[in-house]
Ligand binder design. Structure first.
Ligand code: SF4
Ligand code: SF4
Length: 437
C-alpha cells in the first residue's frame, strides 16, 4: 500500500524497500546469514580504555566474519548508538563514545563513509552528542553527524493502527546500519537492548505519538518496536555492556560494571543471549514474545551458537531488573481496568529531588502531568508508558509497585516476582546454548 503525506514525508511499500535493499546489498548479507546458524559473541572488556575497547570490539567482529563481511569500500554506514538524551558517559545512560569510536575505526578501515545518527527525545542530536562527550571522537575520525528528520512511511505486516510506521530516511537509505545499544533496564519494556535501541529511528515527537496510540497495551507498543527494527534491519549489533544500568533504568538506575561487549547480526538473538547472561527469562521482554509470534529473528537459545568467552564466566546471578511490572498481561481483559492500580506499577515523583523543570510534562503523551508549585500525575489519565521516568534529567521519577506486586515481592523474596512465571502459550525458557570457542 502506498500513501502520500505532506512535507518531507513520502510513502514506500515493503516491496519497494526490499528492492532498495537488494540494490544496496543489505539483503544479500541477511540471506547469507539465514543459511547459517545465528552467532552471538560475548567478549570481556573491563574498562573504556581506548586500546582495550578497540581490541574487544575487533575480536567480536572477527568472530562474526570480519568487518569486510558487513561493510564494503565506499558504502555509507550509519552508526546508531543509544543517545536517549545528552548525558555524561559515566552515568551509563548513553552508549559510551569509546565503543562508537572503535566501531567507526573498523568501518573506516574497511573503506566506509561513517555517519552517526539518532533522534534524542528532548534535545537536538548535536547537543546530545556534545553533552555525551562525543565531540572529540567525531572530530578525530571526521564522522558525519546525521540528525533523523526526514521520514518515510514503511508498510508493516501488522493490523489496525500499526499498518505503517514513519521511520527516518537516514537508517533506511544507509548501505549498512550498525546498531550500538547500551545495556540497561527499562521500566516499560523491561530491558533496552538491541531491538529497543532502534526505536530511536522513529524521528522526534513521533515516538511519543506511538506511546499515545499504544496506551497501556505494552505488547502493541512492542510490535511497533519490532517492526521498526525489522525495517531498519541492522547489519550488525554491538552492545555496550561494559558499564551497564540496572534497577530504575533507563535514565536513573544503578551503575553495574559487567565488563562485556555482546555482538551479533540478529537483534532478537543478541537480546536472548544477554537475558540468559543476566539470568533473566527472555520472555519478560515484550519484544521477544512479539518477535516470536511474527517469526522474526532467532529467539531460542538452543538455536544460537555462542562464541567468545564462555557464558558461565560472565553470568550475573543478582541482576536487579526494572521494577515496573504489568502483571495484568496474564489476566483476562474484562478484569484489567478494575484491577489495574492493584496490580501494576506506576511512575512516582520523588519531590525531594524534583526541580519542577517541566521536562516530563513535555513528553507525556496523554498530558497526565501538571506542574504548579508541585508536580502532579493524574493516574486516571496515565498510561504507564514511563516516558517521564525515562527522560527526567534529575532521576526524580521512580516506579511504585501496585499493592499486589509489593505483597508478592515481599512474600516470594524474588528480585522480580514475575520473572519465573511462565506466560500462557510461550512455553518454558531454553537453556540449550550451543557454545563454540
Ligand atoms: S522532569 Fe524530573 S525534575 Fe523535571 S519536573 Fe519532571 S520529575 Fe521534576
Ligand atoms: S505520567 Fe509518565 S508514565 Fe504516565 S502517561 Fe505520562 S509520561 Fe507516561
Amino acid at each position: 500500500m502506498t500513501r502520500k503525506r505532506g512535507g518531507a514525508t513520502i510513502s514506500i511499500t515493503a516491496a519497494a524497500l526490499a528492492r532498495e535493499r537488494e540494490a544496496s546489498g543489505r539483503d544479500e548479507i541477511c540471506a547469507r546469514d539465514r543459511a547459517m546458524k545465528t552467532v552471538v559473541v560475548i567478549e570481556k572488556c573491563s574498562s573504556y580504555e581506548r586500546g582495550e575497547v578497540l581490541a574487544a570490539v575487533r575480536r567480536c567482529v572477527d568472530e562474526l566474519g570480519g568487518i569486510e563481511k558487513f561493510v564494503r569500500p565506499g558504502q555509507r554506514v550509519l552508526l546508531k548508538p543509544n543517545l536517549l538524551t545528552g548525558a555524561s558517559p559515566e552515568r551509563a545512560v548513553v552508549t559510551h563514545p569509546e565503543i562508537v569510536r572503535a566501531v567507526a575505526v573498523l568501518a573506516k578501515e574497511a573503506g566506509a563513509e561513517v555517519f552517526l545518527g539518532d533522534s534524542p527525545c528532548i534535545s537536538t542530536l548535536r547537543n546530545a552528542l556534545s553533552d555525551s562527550s562525543y565531540d572529540p571522537v567525531i572530530e578525530e575520525l571526521g564522522l558525519r553527524v546525521q540528525p533523523f528528520e526526514d521520514v518515510r512511511s514503511v508498510a508493516t505486516g501488522a493490523q489496525d493502527w500499526q499498518k505503517s510506521i514513519e521511520i527516518a530516511t537516514a537508517p533506511l537509505e544507509a548501505d549498512a546500519v550498525i546498531n550500538l545499544p547500551k545495556l540497561k533496564t527499562h521500566a516499560q519494556m523491561y530491558m533496552t537492548l538491541a531491538v529497543k535501541n532502534l526505536f530511536g529511528c522513529v524521528a522526534g515527537k513521533r515516538k511519543i505519538e506511538w506511546h499515545f496510540k499504544a496506551e497501556r497495551h505494552y505488547e502493541h507498543f512492542a510490535r511497533v518496536l519490532v517492526e521498526v527494527a525489522k525495517a531498519v534491519s541492522p547489519a550488525l549489533t554491538i552492545v555496550d555492556g561494559v558499564l551497564a544500568m540496572e534497577g530504575n533504568g533507563p535514565n536513573a538506575g544503578t551503575l553495574r560494571q559487567l565488563g562485556v561487549i555482546v555482538a551479533g547480526t540478529d537483534c532478537v538473538a543478541v537480546d536472548a543471549v544477554i537475558c540468559e547472561m543476566l539470568s533473566l527469562n527472555p520472555d519478560m521482554l515484550y519484544t521477544h514474545r512479539v518477535a516470536r509470534e511474527i517469526g522474526w529473528g532467532v529467539g531460542e537459545l538452543r538455536e544460537i551458537e555462542l562464541r567468545g568467552v564462555p557464558l558461565e564466566e560472565v553470568r550475573v546471578k543478582d541482576w536487579q531488573p526494572a521494577r515496573a511490572v504489568d502483571v495484568l498481561m496474564r489476566i483476562p481483559g474484562f478484569l484489567r481496568r478494575w484491577l489495574r492500580r492493584l496490580f501494576t506499577s506506576r511512575p512516582k515523583i520523588n519531590r525531594n529531588i524534583c526541580e519542577v523543570c517541566g521536562v516530563c510534562g513535555s513528553v507525556c503523551p496523554v498530558k497526565a502531568i501538571t506542574a504548579d508549585k508541585k508536580l502532579r500525575i493524574n493516574y486516571d489519565k496515565c498510561i504507564c508508558c514511563f516516558c517521564c521516568q525515562e527522560i527526567c534529567p534529575y532521576g526524580a521519577i521512580g516506579v511504585k509497585d501496585g499493592l499486589f506486586v509489593r505483597l508478592l515481592r515481599k512474600r516470594t523474596g524474588l528480585r522480580d516476582a514475575f520473572t519465573n512465571i511462565p506466560l500462557a502459550g510461550h512455553g518454558k525458557r531454553s537453556h540449550g546454548v550451543d557454545e563454540k570457542r
